[in-house]
Design a binder for this molecule. Structure first.
Ligand code: ADP
Ligand code: DP6
Length: 321
């Protein structure tokens, strides 16, 4: 039964401290590793969903008609899985985050779309079910249903692979996002991770990631930002190493990325909490705490006067308005 004609949902991006970088099942986004993330307050997507008079699925992104192939593929899978052959949808979405630049627009956008869809179709608003649906749109979106720290247990099939809240307290972690480039990346995360999985060292990264996840859980529960930063940095740099070592090598790093990484390390050596994590793009997220963020930001702005920086903290889960 269809309850509402139009629904608006908002979801925030999340940044993984232990990354998802590989698929055991490509069509369902079943990952090779479990991952742990923090949802951010600063970056989000708001999506308004209604039925489209044309009967087709259409996407309007930031006010402009946009290629709907990916969302249509997602909606068709949802039609198939829920057995609800709902008519074409108009997805009118605003990204308050650069699209496809490695700042997790796919996470916030598929989580927002899932939230809106579930309400529009009057499906049960169950977090676990919504996480599973969002996962089919984009793996990282499974975690954006939740605020604060979420864990995506890799599972082994569609029923067992979903995210859930891990720690719902603000532990004072800050992320300074160095917006090195807002341009759309050349290599999508979907393709990048599938290439990286062919690296001879990939199995070792997966094994290490399981150990790092355990350590990360303890560090989050202990509010130990230094440990969180050290583990997250090692996990992320290891992920990017697979990209360089696979049979068709590629690299998301550009010169400014390397400069920001080197400066982050120099700041840490000088006694400030400063660690880096990176996703599928050249942008760097610097992990620190609320007490250090002002001084650290001033140092980065001084060193990189032409670069844009934003400070983000823990944000909330899926919401409606
Ligand atoms: P990012 O690093 O931003 O997550 P991805 O390549 O993983 O980049 O995902 C970007 C893709 O996600 C876009 O090319 C588009 O297909 C989809 N996308 C991004 N924002 C939206 C949105 N608001 N609504 C629907 N799809 C979106
Ligand atoms: C590096 O979730 O964008 O950000 O499932 O193919 O849509 P698809 O990939 P996506 O990959 C995110 C990769 C990452 C790490 C992470 O968020 O865990």
């Amino acid at each position: 039964m269809i309850k509402q004609a139009k629904v608006r949902a908002t979801a925030h991006t999340n940044i993984a401290l232990i990354k998802y970088w590989g698929k055991a099942d490509v069509s369902l986004n079943i990952p090779t590793t479990s991952s742990l993330s923090m949802t951010l307050d600063k970056f989000y997507t708001t999506t308004e969903l209604s039925f489209d008079a044309s009967g087709q699925d259409r996407l309007i992104l930031n006010g402009e008609g946009t290629d709907a192939t990916r969302v249509k593929g997602f909606l068709d899978l949802v039609r198939q899985k829920t057995g609800q052959d709902f008519p074409g949808l108009l997805i009118d979405s605003q990204n308050h985050v650069p699209t496809a630049a490695g700042l997790a627009s796919s996470a916030s956008s598929f989580a927002a779309l899932t939230g809106a869809l579930v309400r529009l179709l009057d499906l049960p608003e169950n977090d676990r079910e919504m996480s599973r649906i969002a996962r089919i749109g984009s793996g990282s979106a499974s975690r954006s249903i939740f605020g604060n720290f979420a864990i995506w247990n890799k599972g082994h099939d569609d029923a067992s692979s979903y995210a859930e809240p891990f720690y719902d307290e603000d532990i004072g972690l800050s992320m300074i996002v160095a917006e090195i480039s807002q341009k759309e990346k050349k290599m999508s995360s979907t393709r990048g991770m599938q290439l990286a999985q062919k690296a001879p060292s990939y199995g070792a990264w997966v094994e290490k990631s399981a150990r790092q996840l355990k350590e990360m859980k303890s560090a989050v529960q202990a509010h130990d930002i230094e440990q969180i930063g050290l583990i997250a940095q090692d996990n992320a740099l290891g992920m990017h190493e697979q990209n360089r070592l696979c049979p068709e090598p590629f690299d998301y790093f550009i010169d400014e990325t390397r400069q920001v990484l080197a400066f982050t390390e120099a700041c840490y050596r000088s006694g400030l909490l400063a660690f880096a994590t990176m996703d599928a793009g050249p942008n760097v997220k610097i992990i620190t705490d609320k007490a250090s963020e002002t001084e650290l930001l001033a140092r980065f702005k001084n060193e990189f006067p032409n670069m844009a920086f934003e400070i983000a903290h823990a944000g909330g889960g899926l919401s409606y308005d």
